[in-house]
Ligand binder design. Structure first.
Ligand SMILES: [Zn+2]
Length: 185
């Protein structure tokens, strides 16, 4: 069978991969993913990822049919200390808005797991933006610093300019509407 006959019989095109624009674009994309992953790991090479995860970061999770667990890192001796208030409220917002409904663990898990690579437009942006907005409005977090740390710490979840303008717009709305901190007694 010739190439022409094969193509005709099965209604396909048989072409060299390097001549496919889509495949070449995908190759570049994979190179970017590889480079960003490498840079991200290298940034933290003084402390390996596992140790940094356990020692430095809070994580809130819930298994289906379980109770939400807010886990605090080694560097925090007392999670109820006043200095930890901003982070406690941040984690509580993950609990209230994302994990508490019965479907919460599934959707939150999907948003983290389905796009775990440093892919632009990752689901993590959706998980983190409300809790960070809260920190910006009520705990005077600097918008630019939040965007920078989302960019590097959460593996480029969303274009920087769009994160910046989303936070600025929502901050203005909350100030305008005088939304009180739901955690104030
Ligand atoms: Zn968070």
């Amino acid at each position: 069978m010739t190439k022409q006959e094969f193509e005709k019989q099965y209604n396909v095109h048989l072409i060299p991969k390097a001549e496919s624009r889509l495949m070449r674009a995908f190759g570049v994309f994979m190179l970017v993913v590889w480079a960003v992953t490498f840079m991200w790991l290298w940034r933290r090479d003084r402390k390996n990822l596992r140790d940094a995860f356990i020692d430095d970061y809070w994580t809130t999770y819930r298994l289906p049919f379980g109770v939400t667990k807010i886990t605090y890192p080694k560097m925090v001796p007392d999670p109820m200390d006043d200095q930890q208030r901003d982070i406690r409220e941040h984690e509580l917002l993950h609990h209230i808005h994302q994990l508490e409904p019965w479907w919460g663990p599934l959707t939150a898990g999907l948003l983290v797991i389905v796009v775990p690579l440093p892919i632009i437009f990752s689901g993590r942006w959706y998980l983190e933006r409300r809790p960070y907005l809260h920190n910006i409005v009520y705990h005077r977090y600097d918008i630019q610093s939040v965007v920078d740390s989302l960019w590097s710490g959460y593996m480029i979840p969303w274009p920087k300019g769009m994160m910046l303008s989303w936070f600025k717009k929502k901050e203005q709305e909350m100030i305008r509407d005088k939304v009180p901190n739901p955690f104030n007694d």
